[in-house]
Design a protein around this ligand. Sequence first.
Ligand code: NAD
Length: 320
Amino acid sequence: VVHLITGGAGFIASHLVSALLLRGHDVVVFDNLALGNLQHLDAALASGHCTFMQIDCANLAEFRAAVGTSLDGRRGFAIWHLAANSDIPAGITDPHIDLRDTFLTTFNALLVMREFAIPEFHFASSSAVYGDFGDLEISEHAGPCQPISNYGAMKLASEGQICAALESRGRRASIFRFPNVVGTPATHGVILDFVNKLRVDKNRLPVLGDGTQQKAYLHVDDLIAAMLFIAEVGPAKINLYNIGPRDAGVTVRFIAECVREVVSPGAEIIYGRGNRGWVGDVPRFRYATDRLAKLGWEPSLSSEAAVRRAVRDVAASFLL
Ligand SMILES: NC(=O)c1ccc[n+]([C@@H]2O[C@H](COP(=O)([O-])OP(=O)(O)OC[C@H]3O[C@@H](n4cnc5c(N)ncnc54)[C@H](O)[C@@H]3O)[C@@H](O)[C@H]2O)c1
């Protein structure tokens, strides 16, 4: 059987590609390389069981043709849809970006699922669908969902489209609501941002906001394990789960201090004002992950341990 992965040259999906190959599956990757990098797939492509197609998943004709060619009569077992705009501030400036890369890619992936009779659909959603719940612990039943970024809005619309599509096609779907995910190869995110700033000026680390923003962070290795676990044992037709650590997260101040310690211990950290990094940034959120724990999965690293490990790995990746 063949697994189809959109956004497969990106940070998270390139780990998923490796994990599926390790399990003995064949994998086809679709990516327009706008944010991803083909180097992330070097080892996968060398295995002989991974095919790469550079296409825009928001273009239905291109997407269908690429799926037809790459399957070449073989049966597609699952679509793992991870292609999206991961640059949330860019999507605030121009809402078309999320309409196209975050929503239309999902809409098209569901049409492809129907056309090629692919039974399973697994989707990378986000805590951004919830909006700003302040200090309340957010369970999967929290509502109403009122996203405050175009990215979050288009993820929520994608979830709705998946539910509607599953009424008439497809056998099972997963909707994974990710927290902030950390690790290498980092393509974006606060750790990469801080490391890059200190590479430009080793004496100053400017931080967006006052550093009190507090969120949960999950290491990418834990995330992939959780996705595979839910896809395997999720009991419902649509399996919707928050995936995250079982703690209240860490502050931006903690991350800035960790990065300084590893990259440039003498640097001065310069905080901005207010508790939002940018418009559309949720300053605090707490995730309830009891549902996933009940299903039988817990992460191996806390937010603090995940951030510490990712800071070391991201910093080291620049020394290679
Ligand atoms: N990293 C996180 O903290 C986080 C948190 C919540 C959700 N997510 C979701 O997880 C998924 C993977 O995120 P990531 O952090 O690996 O980001 P990433 O940017 O590294 O990966 C996204 C990939 O999608 C590709 N892509 C974008 N638009 C495309 C299009 N129209 N056609 C084909 N390919 C396209 C990009 O080139 C990139 O390789 C995304 O759906 C993202 O929204 C990530």
